[in-house]
Design a protein. Structure first.
Length: 319
């Protein structure tokens, strides 16, 4: 089984809106039988609250013993519902590698936030792992989750309940304080459910201290629009040209600025602005969508509950 370069190991997916560790649905009890047959392999079930869904889906889909067009269509319905879940972050309480402070799981990615940067694991036939390091940054910034959201994660690893991690909260944002002198960092999802990160430069601080190092891409370039484009195998990840602004009288006033690329290192060129006010540097990250992670995934089923819109994904993964 392949492992991600950071050595993360997880094995299946259940987050409940109530935040309780939940049994598998009776209509799919054979799932637990499938899991038990994988003797000697730690298995994880995570319950994931389908936050923000406009309507629940009244079908169980993707069972190992189903086939044909109907099963495929049902699975697509559940996958679309999973993708509709708002982006959120959960603190690391032992469910992943100890170097991780917060993580975010989506239908097509897992994002790991560490004290020194971020690791983005993308799923698909050509799984990709990209790293962004905060070069020269504070090695021990204060990192906190902000804007609590409903739903909690429950990681049920194997049959030993002492290894289970339950009641893990979710947050809409993760804030880093003083990653550089006078510079904070904020991760969050925008209205299109895309990942964004903002550098907040305090009055008098120097935005030129922000230096980002990227690893995992085969090539990096700036396109005609000023977007940062990274190619990794058959995958392409784009960071849109940053939007820089200051708030004046309650409104955003745009400041000119762009990416600067030298090898694998990225910084920001900033135009004239009022150094007595905070400055926000705001890129947006885009990538293609697949269900899964960057490891060796084996989906046994995906479903959305009719009664509470919980999403159930069971299987085995090295993500």
């Amino acid at each position: 089984m392949r492992r991600t370069p950071l050595g993360f190991f997880a094995t299946a997916v259940l987050v409940s809106a109530a935040g309780n560790a939940m049994p598998l649905p009776a209509t799919r009890r054979h799932w637990s039988g499938q899991i038990r047959r994988l003797a000697g392999i730690p298995m994880l079930v995570i319950a994931i609250a389908a936050l923000g869904l406009t309507a629940p889906v009244a079908r169980w889909v993707g069972s190992p013993d189903t086939s044909g067009t109907t099963a495929i269509n049902q699975e697509q319905v559940a996958q679309d519902a999973f993708k509709a879940m708002p982006l959120s972050f959960e603190p690391n309480r032992g469910q992943t590698d100890g170097a991780v402070s917060y993580l975010s799981r989506g239908s097509d990615y897992t994002l790991f936030l560490t004290s020194s940067g971020a690791v983005l694991s993308l799923a698909g036939d050509d799984p990709t792992v990209l790293r962004m390091k905060l070069n020269g940054a504070n090695a021990d910034p204060r990192i906190t989750g902000q804007a609590s959201v409903s739903g909690k994660s429950n990681y049920l690893l194997g049959n030993d309940s002492s290894k289970w991690v339950t009641g893990v909260p979710h947050f809409a944002k993760v804030r880093y304080e003083n990653v550089y002198p006078g510079v904070g960092l904020l991760y969050y999802g925008n209205d299109q459910n895309q990942l964004e990160y903002d550098f907040i430069v305090a009055p008098g601080a120097d935005p030129r201290v922000i230096q980002l190092g990227f690893k995992g891409a085969d090539s990096m370039r700036l396109n005609a629009s000023g977007d940062l484009v990274m190619d990794a195998g058959s995958r392409t990840l784009t960071q849109e040209a940053p939007f820089l602004y200051q708030r004046v009288a309650g409104e955003r006033r745009q400041v000119s600025g762009r990416f600067s690329l030298k090898g694998d290192n990225v910084s920001f060129r900033v135009g004239r602005y009022n150094h007595k006010r905070p400055l926000v540097i705001d890129p947006t990250i885009e990538w293609s969508t697949y269900v899964g992670g960057a490891g060796d995934d084996r989906g046994l089923g995906i479903a959305v509950s009719e009664t509470n819109a919980n999403v159930y994904v069971t299987g085995q993964t090295a993500s």
